[in-house]
Every structure is written in C-alpha cells, then in structure tokens.
Design a protein around this ligand. Structure first.
Ligand code: F6P
Length: 331
C-alpha cells in the first residue's frame, strides 16, 4: 500500500480508507469515530477519574468516564450526516438520527468498555459495529465494518471493512497512521485469556481449560475485552473466552456491542468466534442487550472448545428468559 520511497508510517487513516476503495460516507463515518476517540482519550488522561456525582477542581459536577465517552460519540455521530440509527451500550433503546437510510449507516457502540479498569490505570477501549442502512438487529455477518480503539500506553485503532484487518497508532499530532496492514492470526495458539469465575465453569469448559494447561498454553488476562482481544490479534495467536457459567448460561458479554464487532475483526484476520455451538456472526439478537458466551481467537482452539462443550455440556445457551437491563454502574 505504501508508495515507493514513502514509509507505511506516513499513511493516515483517511488515505488508507480511500486507497482501500471505501466509499465516501463510510470513510467519513470511520474518520468521525476516530476524531471522537481523541476527545475520549483526553478525558481518560486528564479526568479526575470521572466518578459520577463528584466535582472537579472548579466545583463542576463530573460525569463518569463511560457516560462522558458515550456523549462524545453520540454527538459526533449525530452530526455526521451519514448515520441513520445508533445504539449505545449505555442506553436501553435505539436512537433514530435520520429516517432516510439510503447511503447511510447504523452504528452500535460500547463507548468505554472495561471502564471500571480506568481507576486502576489499566487499558480500556471503544468498540464499534457498523451496518449499512437502518437495521441494527441483523446477525453480525452483515456488518459493513467493525473497529476498536485501545487506550493503553499507546492509543491504537484497529478497523476492518471486510478487506483484512489494519492497525493504526495515534502519533504526537493525534493523527492515526498505519502500523500494520492485513494482520493475520495463526490457526493454533499458545496463550489463553479466560473470563468468568473458574469454579462456575461447566464440565466442557473446565475440560477445555485443563487441556490448554496440559499443552503448556500461557494464561494472559487483563480483564479488559479490548486489550485482551488486541493481544490475541497482534500476537497472532491465542484464544479469549468468556464462557457460559453454571449460574449465567449466556455468559457476560453483549452480542451487539462487544461480540459482533470483535468476531468480525478476528474472522477477518483468519480466526474464529463461537458461542460454543454456533458462529457468533450467525447469532440473531432478540433484544439490544442480549448476551452470549464467546470463544474467540485461533481457529483450531475455538474448534477444540466447541468439541469439549458439545461432548460434555448438553444444552445450547437459551435466549435469556428475562432480558438483562443495562446496569447503572461502569462496565
Ligand atoms: O463487558 C465489560 C468487561 O469489563 C469486559 O471488558 C471484560 O472482558 C469483562 O467485562 C470482564 O468481566 P469480569 O469482571 O467478570 O472478569
């Protein structure tokens, strides 16, 4: 992609999108989200931890950082002129922006995933799922694009429009420039990132973990979905899972805000994502805050998890009987 004589580090996000052949509206949308992330990272860096209900040095009321990140993104998307509908992990309903769906996109986002990790200075991220037109409740395989922004020691942005997965880094001018293009992951990994309490694992998941341990696979878990997925993607190997638990048959993570976009990205890198029985991108959401178990990463490791689960656990996760409402506290 880099022109002769120019290093790939000079390719910024907009140019990369244009050169990849992404249409003007989608390019504009992705760049607007990238712009919003600059304000979010600034709030994370400078905020007094953003604990809701407290005041800052000037006696002004503070917003929790996840609420602030949500407002920043919503405002940007609202004014972008290319969004039909949006929904946020922070909200209970779809927010209509324009009744005209033609040439527009609908966006589901988790503005600050893992926000409870901010006060212990661990990495957090923004996750975005983009569909063409008005519909946001389609299976994830219909996504037009997916991306995340990771606020770690460096700020990075990873996106895919279905043509590979590409990583950008924020430079000292707060511009995103290309770091790695067409990232791929191996078919079998040597690290695992296990969510959920182990004493609540089902026999299938427990046997899967024991198998990984016997193989000498290393445990690497930060507790933040974005950095944990980023690790699998950029190391090019490993598996993240937040499984069905004995007391939580649908696990914890949300299908529309967390799993669909990450499954899209990992599949684009040559990996796989499953709920233990079925491809994540084929799941049909019933409601906006539906959750699902997830096993995501190297293809062979995901297939092995499915095999243990099919053999030792007998029930497919059922749609939640009573849908979980958005909790008030940080994610
Ligand atoms: O969904 C929010 C989140 O913080 C994810 O970022 C992370 O993977 C998961 O929850 C961690 O859950 P737990 O606190 O149960 O380990």
């Amino acid at each position: 992609m880099a022109e002769p004589g120019k290093t790939k580090f000079q390719i910024d996000l907009r140019r990369h999108l244009r050169e990849t052949g992404v249409n003007d509206n989608l390019t504009h949308l992705i760049c607007e989200i990238a712009e919003a992330s600059k304000y979010i990272i600034n709030s994370i860096r400078t905020g007094d931890l953003g604990v809701a209900g407290t005041s800052n040095l000037y006696g002004e009321q503070q917003l929790a950082l996840d609420v602030l990140a949500d407002r920043i993104l919503r405002k940007r998307l609202d004014h972008s002129q290319v969004v039909a509908n949006m929904m946020s992990e922070e909200m209970d309903e779809i927010i209509p922006i324009s009744p005209d769906c033609d040439g527009k996109y609908s966006v589901a986002f988790d503005p600050l995933d893992g926000s409870s990790l901010v006060d212990v200075n661990l990495a957090v991220g923004t996750i975005i799922s983009i569909f063409e037109g008005c519909d946001l409740l389609l299976p994830g395989r219909h996504q037009a694009a997916a991306m995340y922004i990771l606020y770690g020691p460096r700020t990075t942005l990873v996106y895919s429009v279905g043509d590979g997965v590409h990583e950008f880094g924020m430079n000292n001018l707060m511009e995103y420039t290309l770091l790695r293009e067409s990232i791929t992951i191996e078919s079998k990994g040597n690290l695992y990132s296990p969510g959920g309490q182990r004493n609540l694992y089902t026999p299938g998941v427990e046997a899967f973990v024991s198998n990984l341990e016997e193989r000498g696979v290393k445990l690497r878990y930060s507790g933040g979905f974005v950095p944990d997925i980023n690790q699998v993607l950029l190391k090019g190997n490993g598996i993240f899972f937040y499984p069905h638990l004995q007391n939580q048959p649908n696990g914890k993570l949300r299908l529309l805000f967390e799993l669909n976009p990450m499954a899209f990205l990992i599949e684009q890198a040559g990996g796989a994502a499953s709920n233990g029985y079925q491809r994540i991108l084929d799941l049909q959401a019933e409601q906006i805050h539906d959750r699902a178990p997830v096993f995501i990463g190297c293809k062979e490791d995901v297939a092995l998890a499915e095999e243990f689960i099919r053999t030792l656990d007998n029930a497919q996760p059922q749609p939640e009987a009573k849908k979980t409402r958005k909790r008030a506290s940080a994610s």
